[in-house]
Write a protein that binds this ligand. Structure first.
Ligand SMILES: C[S@@+](CC[C@H](N)C(=O)[O-])C[C@H]1O[C@@H](n2cnc3c(N)ncnc32)[C@H](O)[C@@H]1O
Length: 243
């Protein structure tokens, strides 16, 4: 008799890597409830959540006028902080998992809900018009994707970012081999067990990929800022789409 694995039950328009490797974090309802608690989020980010969030918000200063896209849902208060920052302007929030979009909406105050525009989409194939957004924020998504999905997502982000637009990526830093977390073999192995694409991500030059993908689309992107956090274990990168 043919039997399907537990994770395959989550394959319902969901990319295979997400269902297979992250069902327990993003698709299974009890997990969504469990992970969306501040102490858990802080534990996963080794106590750095507040610093990363505040650095990301600082990078929005003087952001270009126009539409704002948060590329995928995140646990914690990023979305509500962005809505506060945007005042009455709308925030577009894309995620491929309907349960995540529902959860992001449900945790907002009723008066903030109408400011959030939800779109159930795969980040690898965004159904927005070219140059739709002036700001795109990607918070810890890249390292959870296999190389090909990551490249496609970056390419799609460039495609929908207008000239003069800003792209902000909050992520693990490149090559953290001198950091204590990396040097503690057991801890590194645990991290890589739960984050199976992180090892590849650590070795990748995201800026080079972004520039390459931009060139393919006839666009030019330049890095304007990089903030290293927690002794260079994490980073916040800012790019600008130039003429
Ligand atoms: C932003 S990432 C990780 C965030 C981080 N671990 C946190 O919660 O703070 C997790 C989200 O990305 C979404 N996701 C993953 N791959 C996606 C894709 N290809 N397209 C759209 N959403 C995706 C998942 O459904 C999940 O809601």
């Amino acid at each position: 008799m043919f039997r399907i694995s537990f994770w395959e039950k989550f394959l319902d328009g969901i990319p295979e890597y997400l269902a297979r490797y992250y069902w327990w974090a993003y698709l299974w309802r009890p997990a969504i409830w469990f992970f969306d608690h501040q102490p858990i989020i802080n534990l996963i980010l080794f106590g750095q959540y507040k610093r990363l969030l505040s650095q990301a918000l600082q990078c929005l200063e003087n952001r270009p006028e126009g539409r704002f896209l948060q590329l995928t849902c995140v646990y914690g208060k990023l979305t509500s902080s962005l809505l506060k920052y945007l005042d009455n302007e709308p925030l577009y929030l894309v995620d491929v998992a309907r349960v995540q979009l529902d959860s992001s909406l449900n945790k907002l105050k009723p008066e903030q809900r109408s400011q959030l525009l939800l779109a159930c989409m795969n980040a690898e194939s965004l159904a927005f018009k070219k140059d739709s957004f002036s700001t795109i924020l990607i918070f810890f998504l890249m390292h959870e994707m296999p190389v090909s999905a990551r490249k496609r997502t970056l390419s799609e982000s460039i495609q929908v970012l207008q000239t003069g637009g800003r792209l902000i990526i909050v992520e693990y830093a490149e090559n953290p081999c001198r950091h204590w977390i990396y040097r503690l073999r057991y801890l590194r192995k645990q991290l890589l067990h739960w984050e199976p694409f992180l090892e590849d991500f650590w070795k990748e030059d995201i800026t080079a990929i972004l520039k390459q993908e931009a060139t393919k689309l006839g666009k030019t992107l330049r890095q304007t800022e990089q903030h290293l956090v927690y002794d260079s274990f994490y980073r916040v990168m800012v790019y600008e789409m130039t003429e």
